[in-house]
Each structure stands twice: as structure tokens, then as C-alpha cells.
Write a protein that binds this ligand. Structure first.
Ligand code: GTP
Length: 614
């Protein structure tokens, strides 16, 4: 069986969680408000209408600040918890969780001080509520929100705007469909001019959520009564009006005990000629019970929709948090782990680009298959091996003594000169592959979803990968230059051994013996060198890709971030934290989402912990 205590207590606990986690209704619309979904009773009334007196009477204690001007400047969420008969009475503030107040004048002082803590001494108002719980055998389970009294003029030191500010704040509470309005009107004032009724009528035209309270019945002119109002003729509401007789100023000055005042109020109605017939439905005790019962039934009716709001919000927040990424750990070990995980995610994508799982790696083959052969074909061997140049180089190599059989030195010089041309295209291949790799790094960073939140780490990975690629490029260049140099340091003997025979086989031997220095002779030399160079070119065409892949592609695949890993291993928590520096707006949003999620989860737990009447 559900008790009233469990239901109202449940909402109390959720309301407290809301305030702790920054949800007190209104807000910027960034999140749905759980606070607003919770049923509550807001007390509204003009200045001196008797608001404080009604609240104190319901509690049975003097505890509200008094004074001239606007005393209530922050909403006061007053949570009443009924305790066993004879149990000690005490109060607790949410903002002072460890302190139990048994002296209610200290409660009054704390409300004043806590109001000033947020509003300063400027007498401004603030929407951040103060939560006060009162545990007493003399209360019913009930939660009331005391709001600043509606006023028409600003007084001493209060800004002109305060009149409007108060109305706006009060309105923000009472216009919520889950708000029960306790509209306080003094009986010695025309109901038509009541601020509370005026506002209630605007926000609750059907009167469904409004409880009319008429105070100061004892102060009405002799011979008049408030039966027109109390019996619903003057202003009709769905719920019956409740008349109240609070302590007069004189009673307050004489420190008349609240419990005594309650008794006097009961006597007033019981003996009243005007209101005797209504006595059982009048007075502050009756009002408290009426509200408690009503609040309980409203909460019971709302629980399913509150639960579904909570579940929906939890789903939304969790999916948003997934999208934003989980929060970053604060200790160095966890941060390092996270950075390594992020690097691995990047590295995996980078490898996929090289291995063909993603596009781009094929451009490396393009370098070997098109660019390099084309560049080799374009080398100016025609010019270098023209008859003229061959004659010139051979003669220079011969010196004063022309060669007798074959121009050995001439061949060597022509070949060396030709081999030099291979450096250009070889180096160009290295550079071309370097740029493909660099582009793939850039692409991979952009494609690593996990890295999106961390612009600093992205930049660091790009820089580290860039440096590594630069080093691989240097190694690769050294290697291919060595390949070219190797070709010049030792020529393929077999090629030349076969030459004379070929000449003898195909040519006119006597003619060649006749004159070594004819144009044909040099043309033959040119053709021999050219076919030797052709052979070398074929070799390089297949060995350069091997060297490039070995030095650049394979290294990039296996050890692109190795140096970076050793570097970050040495970093302190602070530097690691900087690497995981996120966009501040994103961090803020995540924090807010996490806070809200905590709220909704604790609310869900609260609801789960209460067993419902079926
Ligand atoms: N005789 C009599 N006096 C009352 C009654 N209700 C309130 N008063 C007096 O009216 C004055 C104002 O009452 P409060 O309870 O302070 O009214 P309030 O609406 O809280 O006033 P502010 O906080 O100043 O806006 C006090 O002097 C009370 O003693 C009542 O039912 N009968």
C-alpha cells in the first residue's frame, strides 16, 4: 500500500536532487526540466495578505523572516515531514545537510542569511530556491513553495524593476500545469482587487489548480461576513475556499504560541455565528490536510508521466553523451591509455588506407607504375649519347693517346655520366610516395571519429607522423642514391664480354678494323652504352619501388608513431591533459548532460524504491 508519506516524500527527494543538480525549473531550454514535471504547491499573495502567517500556522511554528519591504526574495521550498507523536521537532536546510535546527529563531536567521548569500544585500530577488525540511509531529506531509509577495511599489533601496521581477518569478511557478496555486487573499479587502486571484485567474482560468484562502476573517467590519466568497458565490473555484484566522500583530508581539493560536482559530470557527456551519472545513489545520491529500492524489496521477519523462530523458542524454564521447580521466595512467587508444584507432585507419581497405594506397603503385617509368623514359640519353658527344667524351678520356682497341675509359665516362641522370627520377619517386603518405595521414586523422573531440591531439599526431615520414623519406633517398651509385661502382662485365662477339657476328670486321674513328665507330659505342643504360634502367625500375616500399611504406605501416609513443610515455599528467584538451563548449555540454543524467537516474531510483499501490 502506498502511503501519503512515501509519495510526497518521494517528490521531496526528487525536488532536492533537482536543486542540487541545478534544475529549478525555467532554465534555458537546453534540457527538459524534471522540476517542472513535479507537482508542487506554490503560495502566492499580495504583501501583508497573511502568507507568512498561513505557512507558519500550517507548520505550527514561528520561523519565517519578518520585516518591512520584500522579505521573501528567494523561493522557499518548505518540505513538511510528519513524525511520530512525541518525537523531537527539528529543521534542516539542504545547503547545510549536517546541521539540525531545533531553535526555530535560528531557522529564521538562516533563511535571511542564505537569501543574502545569493542575492547580496542589494535586495534583489533570485530564482534559486532555499530548501527547508521540517520534521514534526504537528505537521502533515506537505510541500509548499513560498514565493515573494506580489507588490505594487518598490521600497527603500529596492530597484524599481523589482515589482515586475517578482511578478515574473511568481508567474514562472504558477503557470506550470503541475503547480497547485495557494492563492491568499485577506478578507478585509475586496476579492476583485486580490493580486493572488487576479494572477490565478490568468494562469488557471478553469480554477482547477487553485485553492482560495481567505485570511483575516476576524478583521472584517462588524456586521459583514465573507460567506459570499467562502461559499463560492463571489468567485467560483473548483476546490472550496478555506477561511483562516491567523495571529494578529498584537498576538505576534505578545509571542502567542502557534499551537495556542491554532486552538483559538478552531474556537473562532466553532463559535462563529456566520461560519459555524462551515467550521469543519475552515482553519489552517484543515487547509494543511486538504492540501496534503490533494497533493498526494495529484502526484499519484502524475507518476506514470513523470516516469516516462525520466526514461525518455535518460535515453536522450545517454545517446547525446555517446555522441559527445565519454569524459576524460584525470589520472595520468588513464590519460596515457586513452591517448594510446586514440593513436591506435588512427593507426588502424591509416593501415587500412595502405592495405586497400580504404582508398589512397593505390596511388603509391601509381608512382611506380606510371610516374617512375615515364620519368625514366624522358631522360635525355639521346643528347648524352649523340655521336658528337660520344666522340667528345671518348676523345677527352683518351687524352694524348687515342685508344687502341676499345675506348675503356670512354665507355666508363659515358656510362657514369648517364647513370647520374637516374638520380632525379629516383628521388622524385621518393618524394611522390612521401606526399601520398602525408595525405593519407591527413585523411586518416580526419576519418578517426574518436579524435574529433581532441583538436590538440590531432595536431600532435599530425606533427609526429609528419616528422616520422620526413625521416623515412631521408632514409629512402639515401638508399636509392646508393642503388644508383652501386650501378656506377661496378659495371656488369658479362654485358661487355658479349659485345665484341655480337659486333663480330653482325658487323663487317675488316671495315671496323680499318678505321676505328669513323662516325660508325662512335655510333656503335653510343648504341652499346645506350643498351647498357637501358638494362640499368630496367633494373632500377624494379629496385627503386622495392627500396621505397622498404624504407617508407613499410616503416610507415609498422612504426609511424613509435617515436611519438616513447615521447608521450615520458609526459606528466598535466601535459597529457593538454593533449586531451577538448573544445570547451563540448566539455561544458558534457558536464551538463552528465549532471542531468545523474539527476534523472537518481529520480528513477527514488521512484523504483517506492512500492506502488496497484
Ligand atoms: N488579525 C489577524 N491578523 C492577521 C491575520 N493574518 C495576518 N495577519 C496580520 O497581518 C500582518 C501581515 O501578515 P503576514 O503573515 O506577515 O503577511 P505576508 O503576506 O506574509 O506579508 P509580507 O511577507 O509582508 O508580504 C501581520 O501583522 C499579521 O499578524 C489574520 O487572519 N488575522
Amino acid at each position: 500500500m502506498t502511503t501519503m508519506e512515501s509519495l510526497i516524500g518521494l517528490v521531496n527527494r526528487i525536488q532536492r536532487a533537482c536543486t542540487v543538480l541545478g534544475d529549478y525549473g525555467g532554465g534555458d531550454g537546453a534540457f527538459s526540466s524534471l522540476w517542472e514535471a513535479l507537482p508542487s504547491v506554490a503560495v502566492v499573495g499580495g504583501q501583508s495578505s497573511g502568507k507568512s502567517s498561513v505557512l507558519e500556522s500550517i507548520v505550527g511554528r514561528d520561523f519565517l523572516p519578518r520585516g518591512s519591504g520584500i522579505v521573501t526574495r528567494r523561493p522557499l521550498v518548505l518540505q513538511l515531514h510528519k513524525t511520530e507523536e512525541g518525537a523531537p521537532e527539528y529543521a534542516e536546510f539542504l545547503h547545510l545537510p549536517k546541521r539540525r535546527f531545533t531553535d526555530f529563531s535560528a531557522v529564521r536567521k538562516e533563511i535571511q542569511d542564505e537569501t543574502d548569500r545569493v542575492t547580496g544585500k542589494t535586495k534583489q530577488i533570485s530564482p534559486i530556491p532555499i530548501h527547508l525540511s521540517i520534521y514534526s509531529p504537528n505537521v502533515v506531509n506537505l510541500t509548499l513553495i513560498d514565493l515573494p509577495g506580489l507588490t505594487k511599489v518598490a521600497v527603500e533601496g529596492q530597484p524599481e524593476s523589482i515589482v515586475q521581477d517578482i511578478e515574473t518569478m511568481v508567474r514562472s511557478y504558477v503557470e506550470k500545469p503541475n503547480c497547485i496555486i495557494l492563492a491568499i487573499t485577506p478578507a478585509n479587502q475586496d476579492i476583485a482587487t486580490s493580486d493572488a486571484i487576479k494572477l490565478a485567474r490568468e494562469v488557471d482560468p478553469t480554477g482547477d489548480r487553485t485553492f482560495g484562502v481567505l485570511t483575516k476573517l476576524d478583521l472584517m467590519d462588524r456586521g459583514t461576513n465573507a460567506l459570499d466568497v467562502l461559499e463560492g458565490r463571489a468567485y467560483r473555484l473548483v476546490h472550496p475556499w478555506v477561511g483562516i484566522v491567523n495571529r494578529s500583530q498584537a498576538d505576534i508581539n505578545r509571542n502567542v504560541d502557534m499551537i495556542v493560536a491554532r486552538r483559538k482559530e478552531r474556537e473562532y470557527f466553532a463559535t462563529s455565528t456566520d461560519y459555524g456551519h462551515l467550521a469543519s472545513k475552515m482553519g489552517s489545520e484543515y487547509l494543511a490536510k486538504l492540501l496534503s491529500k490533494h497533493l498526494e492524489s495529484v502526484i499519484r496521477a502524475r507518476i506514470p508521466s513523470i516516469t516516462s519523462l525520466i526514461n525518455k530523458s535518460i535515453d536522450e542524454l545517454e545517446s547525446e553523451l555517446d555522441h559527445l564521447g565519454r569524459p576524460i580521466a584525470v589520472d595520468a595512467g588513464a590519460q596515457l591509455y586513452m591517448i594510446l587508444e586514440l593513436c591506435r584507432a588512427f593507426d588502424k585507419i591509416f593501415k587500412e588506407h595502405l592495405d586497400g581497405g580504404r582508398p589512397g594506397g593505390d596511388r603509391i603503385y601509381g608512382v611506380f607504375d606510371n610516374q617512375l617509368p615515364a620519368a625514366l623514359r624522358k631522360l635525355p640519353f639521346d643528347r648524352h649519347l649523340s655521336v658528337q658527344n660520344v666522340r667528345k667524351v671518348v676523345s677527352e678520356a683518351d687524352g694524348y693517346q687515342p685508344h687502341l682497341i676499345a675506348p675503356e675509359q670512354g665507355y666508363r665516362r659515358l656510362i657514369e655520366g648517364s647513370l647520374n641522370y637516374f638520380r632525379g627520377p629516383s628521388e622524385a619517386s621518393v618524394d611522390a610516395v612521401h606526399f601520398v603518405l602525408k595525405e593519407l595521414v591527413r585523411k586518416s586523422i580526419a576519418e578517426t571519429q574518436e579524435l574529433k573531440r581532441f583538436p590538440s591531439l590531432q595536431a600532435e599526431i599530425a606533427a609526429a607522423a609528419g616528422q616520422a615520414l620526413e625521416k623515412f623519406r631521408e632514409d629512402s633517398k639515401k638508399t636509392i642514391i646508393r642503388l644508383v651509385d652501386m650501378e656506377s661502382s661496378y659495371l656488369t662485365v658479362d654485358f661487355f664480354r658479349r659485345l665484341p662477339q655480337e659486333v663480330e657476328k653482325g658487323g663487317n670486321q675488316s671495315a671496323s678494323n680499318v678505321d676505328r674513328y669513323t662516325e660508325g665507330h662512335f655510333r656503335r659505342i653510343a648504341s652499346n652504352v645506350s643498351s647498357y643504360i637501358g638494362m640499368v634502367s630496367e633494373t632500377l625500375r624494379s629496385t627503386i619501388p622495392k627500396a621505397v616500399v622498404h624504407c617508407q611504406v613499410r616503416e610507415a605501416k609498422h612504426s609511424l608513431l613509435n617515436h611519438f609513443y616513447t615521447q608521450i610515455g615520458k609526459k606528466e599528467a598535466k601535459q597529457l591533459g593538454q593533449l586531451l584538451d577538448e573544445d570547451p563548449a563540448l566539455m561544458e555540454r558534457r558536464q551538463q548532460c552528465a549532471k542531468r543524467l545523474e539527476l534523472y537516474k537518481s529520480a528513477r531510483d527514488e521512484i523504483d524504491s517506492v512500492s506502488w499501490a496497484r
